[in-house]
Design a protein around this ligand. Structure first.
Ligand code: KG4
Ligand code: ZN
Length: 343
């Protein structure tokens, strides 16, 4: 089955083609970073307008790169939420109209399910059940994954998402948007031992997170020690250490609590090398393995949406012509699709 994936939930237009036998055939991401950089964050109306400009040309380009005609498509998957409502509406409307004109099914995909499944695009994918740490700009969650659509949220952030904390700390340090990669780069030049930041919510039981206090702690440290280059690097380093350590402590706890030996880490922050190193080092003595998406599939992309859509569409799921988008959409409200029929 050949599925076209369309991602437009925030500031990236992502288009991909996933085939059940051959995997990802082509994928493209157009980032709106330059449009929003001047404002220090995503401006929803500008995001919607740019998705309108980019979605169709990017679909054409992706089909051409794979030498595939529209008539070869068996289904279209698009992000239906969570995300910015105007941005979601652009992708949904394009996907639905295209599917209607081709007389093929279209399916609205949960953006975080896309992230959750993205490590399965790997050559050697982990099998379910597994634990999933989802760390993006909008969400931070630890999820017990029994099967496709069978998700139990074990813990989540009570305030800022991890990526959001990276973005805000980047702003405090005078770095650009998006902040995650910039903070990572600055941290690599800093000294690890100079400041020790708190590891929020680790000294009490449970698997929830909180990053807003850590953000304030970072700001207070900047105010106290100034913003000379060397100090900024040491502060970035202390912030990254604290975030990584917090995830290491919580993931170790979740592995012990559930007995699950496979941990999947995805979403934009999973591109962070220090986080990958910390989690892999933690897992080794526990006999657990950690799985990440390819770097290009950590941040928003169409491949994860095409893949998640394929997983569900091959079970014969179909949706009525009308569509709704969901700016908020709890991951654990999803259901498992029916099993594909075997003939
Ligand atoms: O998954 P994503 O592309 O979008 C959402 O679904 O939110 O995640 C974007 C987030 C941003 O907050 C960005 O700063 C963060 O992921 N990010 C990183 C890194 N690359 C992206 N955070 C830390 N280290 C990175 N290397
Ligand atoms: Zn995302």
């Amino acid at each position: 089955m050949l599925v076209l994936g369309i991602e437009t939930s925030c500031d990236e237009t992502g288009i991909a083609l996933f085939d059940g036998d051959r995997g990802i055939l082509a994928h493209n991401v157009y980032s709106q970073v330059e449009i929003h950089a001047a404002y220090g964050g995503v401006v929803p109306e500008l995001a919607s307008r740019d998705h309108i400009r980019k979605t169709l040309p990017l679909i054409k380009q992706t089909l051409a790169e794979a030498s595939i005609g529209l008539n070869a498509l068996d289904g279209i998957a698009y992000t239906a939420g969570p995300g910015l409502i105007g941005a979601l509406l652009v992708g949904s409307a394009v996907a639905r109209s295209l599917a209607f004109s081709l007389d093929i099914p279209a399916l609205g995909v949960h953006h975080m399910e896309g992230h959750l499944l993205s490590p399965l695009l790997d050559d050697d994918p982990p099998s379910m059940p597994f634990l999933a740490l989802l760390v993006s700009g909008g969400h931070t969650m630890l999820v017990e994954v029994q099967a496709l659509g069978d998700y139990r949220i074990l813990g989540e952030s009570l305030d800022d998402a991890a990526g959001e904390a990276f973005d805000k700390v980047a702003k405090m340090l005078g770095l650009g948007y998006p902040g995650g990669p910039a903070v990572e780069r600055l941290a690599q030049t800093g000294n690890s031992g100079r400041f020790r930041f708190p590891r929020p919510m680790t000294n009490r039981p449970g698997l929830d997170f909180s990053f807003s206090g850590l953000k304030t702690y970072t700001l207070n440290t900047i105010n106290e020690y100034g913003d000379a280059d060397a100090v900024r690097a040491d502060i970035a380093c202390a912030f990254v250490d604290a975030v990584v350590d917090t995830f290491v402590i919580k993931c170790r706890r979740a592995i012990k609590q559930t007995g699950l030996k496979r941990l999947v880490v995805s979403g934009g922050v999973s591109a962070n090398r220090a986080l990958r190193e910390g989690l892999s080092t933690m897992a080794r003595p526990l006999g657990a393995t950690v799985h990440y998406p390819r770097f290009e599939f950590c941040t928003d992309n169409g491949a994860m949406i095409a893949y998640a859509g394929h997983c569900r569409l091959q079970g014969g799921v179909s949706e009525a012509l009308g569509f709704v988008v969901r700016p908020r959409w709890p991951l654990d409200s999803l259901a498992s699709p029916p099993k594909p029929e075997v003939h």
